[in-house]
Every structure is written in structure tokens, then in C-alpha cells.
Design a protein around this ligand. Structure first.
Ligand code: AMP
Length: 417
């Protein structure tokens, strides 16, 4: 077959699926603890949603979106991120009339036409949370707490560093941008081409450019944290004190500006200490709901890249601990065997055990081989003799020990426990 996967996509199967499911279970557990409700939104939205929220001048909108015209002549885009979609849903479904704050989480695939490298795909998965309706720094803390708690639950919080910054509100940022513009003006010629374009369109992004030439220029540049208004400065102090008191370790990184246009005040990023890979990030976006024609609503949120979370879990050997063994395999006679034992098989399954039995009409010998191949913990053999005496032989596949017991669900469970 010469039809193959599209570049930047992947099939997820085998042991990897177990790691994904492990992480997904933790998403459900953590969001439940914080009473965050799930939301599912469409894979595609009107292109305008992203150009108006993420920002026309961002890399995402400029060069990474999967945009096409549908048969009805509409411009459609596969979601490159989900904050914009959740905000659209918040407005469209009238969530502002609900008791605030409204706390929502999602986990879904995103689409960006990106250059391929480790941990960077064109179809990738994000878990995120958005909190609407609170302008208090306490909501920022809760947002960070949820995300940190997730890392703790999956056991990799110590391998990840949290960096925070404040990029100020609209008013303090305006003053800062003037100062930044003046400082950068004499250096334009030495900047990378992307930053040359950013100078007039998205100047803050120059601060976190990874090109050496730009990094050097930025070393001496004025930083937004030194230009915060009183309210923003106070919020940032409260945030830091709050994180200290709940013992979430963080560092301040004045260079974090986030790539998307809609952020203000608190921004934060999680990075893998060993791999230097961005794992997730978030921040406050108090003006976005209004900019998309909704009622003025402060909001804060984060998103983790789940593909990278899974990559890290595998890197740290978490997948060795996540096993999905079959608990017991029932070996039956070739003909009519299943009919004789199906009640027992179903009975053990009803207790939540992972149970398999023959569905291929194989010989008893071949069934034993199969049970061995799938690493079944126990095997229960019910041949002609056993059936006639209403007994079965249960074999512990690890120790090799075997016992003969009465053929009943209770007896089988007793041995397995
Ligand atoms: P962003 O929405 O760009 O702030 O990204 C949030 C997180 O999503 C990042 O920290 C990454 O972990 C993940 N992410 C972003 N883009 C990709 C991609 N192309 N492939 C895999 N993960 C990604």
C-alpha cells in the first residue's frame, strides 16, 4: 500500500496508548478535584476567530494554520489552539449568565503546519483549562495549581520548571512598548528577518527570540516587569506570595512574553529541565472575551502539550510501571467449551478483572501458548475432566504453582486474591 500517514501525524497504539490513558485518567482526576467542567468544541471554526484572537501577526496565524474554503465558500480553519474556541463557546452559549467563575477544561487535537522536530507535530494534543469571571490573582494561582497538580499526579513535577512573568495590562504595556521601540530602533539591522518584521507588528516577541543575534540585543533591553503599573505590580507580588505559600516552586523569567496576542498580566511556562522542551504554558487574557464581542470578562488559562507529556513519561520510565496485564485466561475445550464456561467468564469480568478466553477455536495447547504470550497472570483450565467434576485448575503463570478448586466465580476470585 502506498498510502501513508501525513507528515507530522502519528498512529498511537500498543504500550504508548497505556501511557496516554494513564495521563488522561489523571486529567479527569485533577479537574474533578478542582470542580472544572469538561467542554468539547468543534475541530474547525471560522478562520476569523483565530485571526481576531490569536493575532494576525503571530506565527500561528501567519504561517501555520490549516485553512481552507469549504464547499459553501466559507473560510474554515482547523483549530491551532483551543482558548479561542472556548471563548467563542462561552460567548455563544451565554455562559456569562451562569454563576461565575466558570471553569472549563478540554483535551483535544490541534493542527499547526509546523517544521518537524522532536516533540513537534502537525497534529498534536493539548490538555487545557480556562477560568472565566475572576480578575483576582487567586484565579491565576488556581490555574497554576491545577496545572502543577497534574504534573504531580503523573509524577514528573520535579523534572519540570515553572517560569512566571507579568507582561502588564494594556495601559502599562503601552508605555513599555514605546521604550522598547526606542531601545531596539538602532539594532534593527542586526536582527533576524523574523524580528525585523516583528518590530512593527509584534515587537514583544523579539524578547523571546531564540536567534543568537537577537538574544544578544535583548540582553540589555528594558523589561516589561520594570514598567508595570501599581495594580499589575501588586497582582504579581500577590501571585508570587501565593505560590510560595502553597509551595509551588517557580522562577521569574522576564523574557517570557508568550507567542499569542491575547495575554496580559500573568504569563507562565513549564519547561522540561532535562530536555529543555516547552511542555505547556498559560496566562491571563482579560480582554479576549470582549474583543470577540462578548461581555467584558476577565479570564486565565493554560495548555499542556500532551504529546510532550507522554514523551517525558516514557523518558522517565513511567511506561514500565503502567502495565495492562490480563488477569486471567480461561482455557477451554475445543468444541462446546465456551458454552460450558461463559457464565463463569462473565462473572469474573463483572468484578472488573481483565479476562480473556478462546474465540478462535484453538487447541488447549495453543490456548496455553496464547495465554503465555499475552502475559496473563493466571490461567484457568477447564477440560472435560474438570467439567464432569465441576472443578477447574488455576495456574499462577509467574510462580508456576497450580491448584484445583471448585468451578465457581467465588473460588476463582479467592485464588486470584
Ligand atoms: P502554545 O499553544 O503554543 O502555547 O503551546 C502550548 C504547548 O503545546 C506547548 O508548550 C507544547 O507543549 C505544545 N505544542 C505546541 N505546538 C506543538 C506542536 N506543533 N507539536 C507538539 N506539541 C506542541
Amino acid at each position: 500500500m502506498n498510502i501513508v500517514r501525513q507528515k507530522g501525524t502519528k498512529d498511537i497504539f500498543g504500550d504508548d496508548i497505556l501511557v496516554w490513558q494513564f495521563a488522561e485518567d489523571k486529567i479527569r482526576r485533577v479537574t474533578k478535584k478542582f470542580n472544572v467542567k469538561e467542554i468539547r468544541t468543534p475541530v474547525f471554526e471560522a478562520t476569523e476567530l483565530y485571526s481576531r484572537s490569536v493575532g494576525d501577526e503571530t506565527d500561528i496565524v501567519n504561517k501555520e494554520m490549516y485553512t481552507f474554503e469549504d464547499r459553501g465558500g466559507r473560510s474554515i480553519t482547523l483549530r491551532p489552539e483551543l482558548t479561542a474556541g472556548v471563548v467563542r463557546a462561552y460567548i455563544e452559549n451565554g455562559f456569562s449568565s451562569l454563576t461565575q467563575p466558570v471553569k472549563l477544561w478540554y483535551q483535544a487535537n490541534m493542527y499547526r503546519y509546523e517544521k518537524m522536530q522532536k516533540g513537534r507535530y502537525r497534529e498534536f494534543n493539548q490538555f487545557g483549562t480556562e477560568i472565566f469571571g475572576s480578575n483576582s490573582y487567586l484565579a491565576d494561582i488556581e490555574s497554576i495549581q491545577i496545572s502543577y497538580n497534574f504534573l504531580k499526579e503523573i509524577g514528573i513535577n520535579e523534572m519540570i520548571s515553572l517560569s512566571i512573568n507579568s507582561i502588564g495590562c494594556k495601559s502599562c504595556r503601552q508605555n513599555y512598548l514605546k521604550v522598547l521601540k526606542d531601545y531596539l530602533a538602532p539594532h534593527i539591522a542586526s536582527m533576524c528577518d523574523t524580528c525585523k518584521a516583528r518590530y512593527n507588528k509584534n515587537i514583544m516577541r523579539i524578547i523571546d527570540c531564540k536567534e543568537d543575534s537577537c538574544k544578544k540585543i535583548v540582553e540589555e533591553a528594558p523589561m516589561i516587569t520594570d514598567y508595570l503599573c501599581d495594580e499589575c505590580r501588586e497582582d504579581f507580588e500577590n501571585l508570587k506570595n501565593g505560590l510560595d505559600s502553597i509551595k509551588i516552586p517557580y522562577e521569574i523569567d522576564k523574557k517570557i512574553v508568550r507567542g499569542l496576542d491575547y495575554y496580559n498580566k500573568t504569563v507562565y511556562e513549564y519547561t522540561s529541565k532535562d530536555l529543555g522542551l516547552a511542555i505547556g504554558g498559560g496566562g491571563r487574557y482579560d480582554l479576549l472575551v470582549e474583543e470577540l464581542d462578548g461581555p467584558s470578562t476577565p479570564a486565565v488559562g493554560f495548555a499542556f502539550g500532551m504529546d510532550r507529556i507522554v514523551l517525558l513519561l516514557k523518558e522517565y520510565g513511567a511506561n514500565d510501571k503502567i502495565v495492562n496485564n490480563v488477569d486471567i485466561y480461561f482455557v477451554t475445550m475445543e468444541s462446546g467449551g465456551y458454552n460450558a464456561i461463559h457464565e463463569i467468564v462473565s462473572g469474573v469480568r463483572d468484578y472488573g478483572y481483565v479476562v480473556e478466553t478462546d474465540i478462535s477455536n484453538r487447541s488447549m495447547k495453543a490456548q496455553m501458548k496464547y495465554a503465555n504470550n499475552i502475559n496473563s497472570r493466571y490461567v484457568c483450565i477447564i477440560g472435560e475432566n474438570e467439567l464432569s467434576t465441576n472443578t477447574c485448575v488455576i495456574k499462577n503463570m509467574e510462580s508456576g504453582n497450580q491448584v484445583e478448586v471448585e468451578l465457581s466465580v467465588n473460588k476463582i476470585l479467592e485464588i486470584m486474591n
